[in-house]
Design a protein around this ligand. Sequence first.
Ligand code: PLP
Length: 391
Amino acid sequence: MIDRIYMDWNATAPLLEEARDAMLAALSMPGNPSSVHGEGRAARTLVEKARRQVAGLVGADPAHVIFTATATEAANFVLSPRYRMGRSLLTIGRVYVSAIEHPAVRQGGRFAPDCIVEIPVTRAGVVDLDALGALLADHPAELGMPLVAVMLANNETGIIQPVEAVAKLVRQKGGLLLVDAVQAAGRIAIDMAALDVDFLILSAHKLGGPKGAGAVIARGEALMPEPLVKGGGQEKGHRGGTENLAAIAGFGAAAEYATNDLINRNLEIAALRDALEKGMRSMADDLVIHGAGERRIGNTSFFTLPRLKAETGQIAFDLEGVALSAGAACSSGKVGQSHVLTAMGLDAGVGGLRLSIGTATTLAEIERVVAVFGKIAGRRQASAAAGGRAA
Ligand code: PLP
């Protein structure tokens, strides 16, 4: 049997030892964090430690971290047409969402479909600031403040979006900004205050924490969406339900790991990704690497090999022992059309393949993947030369 190589870290990262240890310790704790007795207080201490660890990753105040079950839930919480400021209720009539958002955000949460406006991206895969400026200039005042959602790093291309410039536009209009930092966290330094965003969302499993833990980090506590999950008042009433202690502890440990030595670790990962792309380019002249000229997170390579359908490529890599994605992982396991390539006006009908790596990736793995790539690209050429149809 061939050794498997896992290069799908953007779909989910392997669980870190630090996270596993923290989770195992939490699983042995009997208390409910809301209970006032000693066991409850011990569980509460663990939740608050994780809150500090998660806040530390993005330079936020721990008091502004709200734990959720997933980043998808976090997005649905923030994407609300109803907000509360103290006792007053504010209504938001329209949400502006970039065309390359993850479906968790792109579907607009609790907004009706006709209240969701798409922000286009350029061919380079970057949010079109002029278009956003024009959309916001036309925003009708009677709809209340605009809510804008732009991600920090795209999950398919890895391209880092101009969030600070987006924030300036949103600020001019007195709006609110939601930033999906799920793929950026742990890969680039994030300072929530410097980015000037109102809400940031994170997911534990992209950082080496467990699947099924997410967070919203709010700018402050004055203006908050109506809860999505109502219940026993947990998370200061913003998200009801007994906290998933083990998942939260694992999330905290992964966030702390991600915070430490972030720059050096990511430089090493980027060097491996660059070696991978150099190797692949040397094997196929017609390889198109999406976003290669843009600022990207260092672990991601999203490419199209003309005449190779993404799903065929994915199976071919898998048979050679390499796990990668054809665009974003779809819950059904089916390979969907990449809405990111479509938004970039680049869909050549064959889609794209995404290799994404992480801290455990080695140079030996990179070299083997380049060889596998060469084999697949060569086979494609051979079949085309023999008059075969595009695979
Ligand atoms: N946002 C981005 C950019 C993602 O890549 C993902 C996961 O694929 C999500 C949101 C959703 O995260 P979760 O799996 O925690 O719901």
